[in-house]
Design a protein around this ligand. Structure first.
Ligand code: FDA
Length: 402
């Protein structure tokens, strides 16, 4: 199929099944539930291997989250991917799939499709033009694999005897294998549902508790009063929690803290615990002449931030203690009130327990033919293209086994 820059026209070139209902049961080798990053890639790969594949998406179009990702340019992978870039109850689980489908493998696919991309920072690869290029590529791959894409199709029940029977709003379908790629709970308006977790429970699989990850943190009332006026100020920090730390930008918001450093550490943060922030990484302020504290700090930090910190921290002393301010800025301990929740979280932490799945194929050990891939699994990446790389790698692992 030709590469189009328009998702809708592209969708029409592939077998988009939009008839109101089917008169006979549709039979497939594999049915993939969820037309997001993982589902599209898995369906395409299995289709290209000669499998007869259906992809079921409940919303009217696939890949909505892809289109809004990376500020509309999709940070589709990271040049340096390691299992340490992921959170999971079993940190070793992701290794096998990540080793068998690497960022370079995905980049090759982009090259084949002549999609221009660039490295922004820290190994993060983005589309030059738009995330639409990425979605178009995935749909073109599905087309090459003769995938039947059923959009606006609700799954009402799934049962299994020798095969899977999927009841849908358009009629029944059956298949030898069922791949669950329905994603996590983040950003409900993009089509997120708890469907994947519910289906896992239906088949007796354990779920690691889910939580909003890569999410802004909120201030308590007292901290909002102290720092709320800094909304919009951004500065480089080292954010730490336990052994984990990230040196990146932090942004004050009117509700609390955000920016890459905070999003990263939020995935590790536990409610009720303090977050440690070095607001002056690598800078020694303790030797600044006390009577020049204000001027000197304004050279090291954004002016509004320097002034607010001095106002709050220097209290009523006419000449503040620079040593004390230095310590406070390097060791700011703040207990967030909470997170901004799934509405604002980039991903969902936790999910289908990796103990239940083969790390080679993503197949449920106790339920042959049932696979879980992408964000629905308890593997959560850092910010920086890692979540998409997990979607591609887990999808590829499953597709080789279909
Ligand atoms: P995904 O959520 O993509 O897809 C699930 C699909 O299943 C959806 O199409 C949904 O409609 C469908 N579905 C749900 N329930 C269903 C049901 N019952 N029946 C049928 N279909 C159903 N990551 C990254 O690496 N780089 C980035 O730049 C970004 N940027 C980014 C921005 C924003 C705003 C968000 C919210 C997230 C990101 N991410 C990201 C994270 C990344 O988008 C995410 O990890 C992947 O999309 C996960 O892919 P999945 O296919 O697993 O789920």
């Amino acid at each position: 199929a030709a590469c189009s820059t328009n998702g809708h026209s592209q969708i029409r070139q592939i077998r988009l099944i939009t008839r109101p209902s089917y008169h006979r049961r549709l039979t497939y080798d594999a049915i993939v539930l969820g037309g997001g990053a993982a589902g599209l890639f898995c369906a395409a790969q299995a289709g290209r291997r000669g499998r007869k594949v259906a992809l079921i998406e409940h919303s009217d179009r696939p890949g909505r989250k892809i289109l809004i990702s990376g500020g509309g340019r999709a940070n589709f992978t990271n040049l340096r991917v390691d299992a340490r870039n992921f959170l999971s109850a079993n940190p070793h689980f992701a290794k096998s799939a990540l080793a068998r489908f690497t960022p370079q493998n995905f980049v090759e696919l982009l090259r084949e499709h002549r999609i221009p991309y660039h490295e922004k920072t820290l190994g993060q690869l983005f589309c030059d033009r738009s995330a639409q290029d990425l979605l178009t590529m995935l749909l073109t791959e599905c087309s090459a694999g003769h995938v039947d894409l059923h959009t606006s199709t609700k799954v009402t029940a799934v049962t299994r005897d020798t095969r899977f029977r999927v009841e849908t709003s358009r009629g029944p379908m059956d298949s030898a294998a069922l791949v669950v790629a329905t994603g996590g709970l983040s950003i409900p308006k993009t089509g997120a549902t708890a469907f994947g977790y519910d289906l896992a429970r239906q088949f007796g699989l354990a779920i690691e508790p889910t939580f909003p990850a890569l999410v802004p943190l909120t201030f308590t009332k007292a901290d909002t009063a102290r720092w709320g006026e800094l909304s919009g100020v951004s500065t480089e920090v080292i954010a730490s929690h336990g052994k984990q730390h990230f040196r990146e930008k932090m942004l004050y918001t009117h509700r609390g803290l955000s920016g890459p450093a905070i999003l990263q550490i939020s995935s590790y943060w536990k409610p009720g615990t303090p977050l440690n922030l070095d607001l002056l990484p690598g800078v020694d302020f303790s030797t600044a002449p006390p009577h020049e504290a204000r001027k000197q700090l304004s050279l090291k930090l954004p002016q509004r931030m320097a002034e607010r910190w001095l106002d709050v921290e220097s209290f009523t002393q006419p000449v503040p203690s620079v040593k004390k301010i230095d310590t406070r800025l390097h060791q700011w301990s703040v207990v967030p009130a909470g997170t901004e929740g799934f509405d604002k979280a980039e991903v969902t932490g936790g999910g289908v327990s990796t103990n239940e799945l083969s790390s080679q194929t993503m197949e449920a050990r106790q339920v042959p033919g049932l696979f879980f891939i992408g964000e629905v699994v308890d593997v959560t990446g850092w910010l920086g293209g890692y979540n998409f790389q997990w979607a591609w790698a887990s999808a590829y692992a499953a597709a080789q086994a279909l």
